[in-house]
Design a protein around this ligand. Structure first.
Ligand SMILES: [Zn+2]
Length: 635
């Protein structure tokens, strides 16, 4: 702990300051510390295993899909072969795109193009239906935009043009590998930005996307078809489903679909084709020569402040462990995660859920009716701890052939994943699936299935250790568990019932009281200055409600302990959020992430709780003091 900074003035800097001063962010990463440091550790460990497994020094474990993950890893790090093939594997597809002269031609082969990973003017997927969460629905959204948020396109935002300039340089660099004429290269690059600018006027901002429930807009296929004309969704669906096409489509961003003709029409079609050519090449670049892969990341590096590409071995590991996350997660769990820890943390989750119920019963702004419903929702939360028992059957249909190119193998994984997703439309939702693999340092709550997932990789120090005190574990993993459970009752989660269906289980006056507290939380964070920018309270409100709930419930447990150590609780809370980050990623996250900056997560919530003031004798003369009437506790 730093001696210079008083904990009462700045919990985060006092706990992490000295570490932050000395810490060096790895050249190939945007951040280090906390979550990122654990992730680095997992990566190092698994990379060592991958090297031995790929060379035959270690036997490949009997886990479905694992052998193919190693095949893909070997192909990814075969620089010589990748460089020999260069851009060649994707050229036939690029030629095909370039030769599409009319929208009718595009409509005729839209599914074929989608299967080859070409960009269409809409994006689609099959996902659980929000209102009937055991059934699947077909969803569509407009195209992705280049800049991190629509606000970057606004006049007077200097970051926007600067980033578009870098993007444009990247596009020209990758296009230089194509057989296009010099004139065409210029034209394709310019048209890509022109098409993007049209799209950006119609798509949702990050703040709008943060309203999860607002994505649920069921529309008649006939109506959607009218908006999209001359593009035909019906044609695409016919190619996928024959006569079993869905009649209702869930439109995630209605504005982008209703105003589709403002960016996609017969007139803008040449812009679209050039945009499609460039986007398709960029998404393929990571599977081509090492040079092309690196050039294709220019923009991403600029956005995040990453200086250097990872080594080829690391890239290969990242690709293989990302695309084969299920088998790798199971391997990580089975190899490195102890049953004792699993049992211990499951007990902690149960304890936290029970304590949550106690708090709901004591709650002062809810009626008895709403309390009963909230308790029912808590009682039915399902826990996914560590890693799944088995890898899903999906990998049985996916076998890679190492004699094919790396590009072909990756495309095959993509195609199988896409087909598997689309085929779910007429099947019930499989709730045994995990949202996160065992080797991921993260945790999640799914409002559509009312379940929480804690991958094995987050169950390490400082979050959790059998050797840490209970107070420390409560300030670490305990608060994270409480955070995830609180997502069931944040501004989005509160609108789903115990079965994961979008349904109003609230008494109206109760929901109004909750909304008032939500507004208070928006205000508490809104406009806080951070690295020259400002926090957008509305963007980060759901995560702050979750942090607030996580702290409330774990402090309640602390109060029942024989010898609670509140100092250790808050110190470990601050350690968990320790993060050193490149300036670029700080700005990117500030504009687009639904989480507040880590430093603010560490320093803001404690001020809402009397235990913080008591633990360190914080008074109104200290910087981490707020008056009682400004303190917020929601759950
Ligand atoms: Zn969260």
């Amino acid at each position: 702990m730093s001696e210079k900074i008083r904990i009462q003035d700045d919990l985060y800097q006092s706990v992490n300051g000295e570490w932050l001063e000395k810490a060096v962010i790895p050249e190939d990463r945007p951040t280090t510390g906390g979550f990122a440091e654990l992730d680095e550790g997992v990566e190092k460990l698994l990379m060592e295993d991958f090297a031995k497994l790929a060379s035959g020094e270690k036997e490949i474990p009997d886990i479905l899909g694992f052998e193919d993950a190693i095949k893909l890893y070997r192909q990814a790090k075969d620089e010589k072969r990748r460089n020999e093939e260069g851009i060649k594997p994707v050229l036939p597809l690029l030629e095909e795109i370039k030769n599409i002269k009319t929208v009718e031609e595009l409509n005729e082969k839209s599914y074929e193009l989608l299967l080859k990973r070409a960009e269409l003017p809409i994006q689609c997927a099959v996902q659980p239906d929000m209102q009937d969460a055991l059934k699947n629905s077909f969803i569509i959204v407009g195209p992705d935009i280049i800049l991190p948020d629509t606000t970057y396109y606004a006049e007077g935002n200097p970051a926007g043009p600067a980033l578009l300039n870098i993007y444009s340089q990247m596009v020209k660099a990758v296009l230089s590998f194509t057989p296009l004429s010099e004139e065409e290269k210029e034209q394709f690059a310019a048209d890509t930005l022109a098409f993007d600018a049209l799209v950006a006027k119609q798509v949702k901002s990050q703040v709008e996307w943060a309203d999860y429930v607002a994505t649920y807009n069921p529309m008649d296929l006939d109506e959607v078809e009218k908006y999209l004309a001359p593009f035909s969704l019906k044609n695409l669906l016919k190619q996928i489903y024959g006569d079993k096409a869905p009649k209702t489509i869930i439109v995630y961003d209605p504005k982008a679909i209703k105003n589709f003709s403002s960016y996609f029409s017969k007139e803008t079609f040449p812009l679209f084709i050039h945009w499609c050519y460039v986007k398709t090449l960029l998404s393929a670049s990571g599977s081509l020569s090492v040079d092309l892969a690196s050039l294709g990341r220019i923009y991403r590096r600029a956005l995040t402040g990453v200086e250097k590409d990872p080594t080829i071995e690391k890239q290969a590991y990242q690709i293989a462990s990302g695309l084969y996350s299920d088998p790798i997660g199971v391997y990580y769990g089975r190899t490195y995660f102890g049953e004792e820890a699993k049992k211990d943390v499951v007990e902690m989750v149960k304890k936290i859920i029970e304590t949550y119920k106690t708090r709901v019963r004591k709650n002062t702004f809810l009626s008895e009716e709403t309390k009963e419903k909230a308790i029912l929702k808590l009682s039915t939360i399902k826990i996914k701890m560590g890693y799944p028992d088995e890898v899903k059957d999906f990998y049985k249909q996916l076998t890679l052939d190492e004699s094919k190119s790396f590009y072909d193998s990756r495309l095959k994984v993509y195609q199988c994943t896409l087909i598997d997703n689309l085929n779910r439309l007429h099947k019930p939702v499989d709730r045994s699936e995990w949202g996160m693999p065992g080797h991921m340092v993260n945790a999640s709550y799914n409002p559509n299935s009312n379940d929480i997932t804690f991958p094995a990789a987050i169950l390490q120090k400082p979050f959790y250790s059998l050797n840490q005190s209970l107070s420390e574990n409560l300030g670490g993993i305990g608060a994270v568990i409480g955070h995830e459970i609180s997502h069931a009752f944040d501004n989005n989660g509160a609108k789903f019932d115990e079965n994961g269906n979008l349904a109003n289980w609230w008494k109206e006056s109760d929901f109004k009281a909750f909304e008032k507290l939500t507004k208070d939380m928006i205000e508490q964070f809104d406009g806080i200055e951070y690295h020259g920018g400002k926090v957008n309270g509305e963007l980060v409100v759901s995560e702050n409600i979750a942090d607030n709930g996580g702290m409330a419930v774990t402090l309640e447990i602390m109060s029942t302990l024989k010898d609670p150590d509140y100092k250790s609780y808050f110190i470990n809370w601050a350690k968990v959020w320790c993060q050193k980050a490149k300036e670029q990623i700080i700005q990117l996250l500030l504009a687009s992430d639904v989480h507040s900056p880590a430093e603010l997560r560490a320093n803001m919530q404690p001020r809402n709780f009397k235990e913080w003031y008591e633990a360190f004798g914080v008074t109104k003369d200290d910087r981490m003091y707020i008056p009682e009437e400004k303190r917020i506790i929601i759950w």
